[in-house]
Design a protein around this ligand. Structure first.
Ligand code: ZN
Length: 245
């Protein structure tokens, strides 16, 4: 069993030698920038809204049950994403620019990878930049949604405008998901960070990687650690730049 120090050096070496790296990141990549984890233990905002599970407030049901509350929550979340990318985002953008990183696959909806300069980003849960009518599916300007008081109504049919995010109870955007799978299947090095890897679809994505260079970066041990070739513990915004630079 290798110690943390030599594991780190080995991981650094394989990143240096590869030109086909794929990164998959969970909430931990964003929380390092100060974006709140909506599922965090204290569940601040679920208490404020009536104490149901955090998942309920980001569900298709809540969108239907209380379009006004849902719209207000989305505007609040959009405000959260007005933070800056952190060193993990920038390190990945640099790797892509150098032609070494083929794709970033993310569960986060805050667009921070793009803000840091990444181009090949597969947002499997969508993002808060694009909006459309939930009834007639026509796109709506982001500004209309953000500036609306309460519910933003579709100009064509009066339907409720919503962000292009995947809510609980909805299917993934399969086009994006298949592209992510394709990148992972063909990756030489697969780096996974900031995800506990226990929930779908994160847990499933791991199974598409068939190589022997899986690097896991998390604050603490996860149930998926046994699958990793290199498990590294710490803050992703510190570990990732240290591995890459
Ligand atoms: Zn409409």
């Amino acid at each position: 069993m290798l110690g943390q120090k030599s594991l780190f050096e080995k991981a650094k070496e394989i990143i240096k030698l590869s030109d086909n790296i794929v990164f998959f990141g969970g909430a931990g990549v964003s929380t390092a920038s100060g974006v709140p984890d909506f599922r965090s233990e204290n569940g601040i905002y679920s208490q404020k809204r009536g104490g149901r599970s955090p998942e309920y407030y980001l569900s298709h049901d809540y969108y239907l049950d209380d379009p006004k509350g849902f719209s207000e929550l989305i505007r609040e979340m959009y405000g959260w994403s007005a933070v800056k990318p952190n060193e993990a985002h920038y390190a990945l953008a640099k790797l892509e620019k150098e032609g070494k990183l083929k794709a970033v696959v993310t569960q986060n909806i805050d667009g921070l990878h793009q803000k840091a300069g990444s181009k090949a980003v597969y947002e499997i849960h969508g993002n808060l930049e694009d909006y459309y009518c939930g009834n007639c599916h026509v796109n709506a300007p982001k500004e209309d949604f953000l500036n609306a008081d309460g519910v933003c109504r579709c100009k064509h049919c009066g339907g409720v405008v919503r962000p292009d995010v995947v809510l609980y109870g909805e299917g993934l955007n399969m086009d994006t998901y298949y592209k992510a799978i394709d990148a992972i299947q063909n990756a030489d090095v697969f780096i996974v960070g900031g995800s506990s890897l226990v929930v779908y679809p994160a847990a499933g994505l791991l199974n598409y990687y068939h190589g022997k260079k899986l690097i896991l970066i998390n604050r603490e041990e996860t149930l998926a650690d046994y699958k990793a070739n290199y498990s590294i513990y710490g803050d992703i915004s510190e570990i990732l730049p240290a591995l890459i630079y």
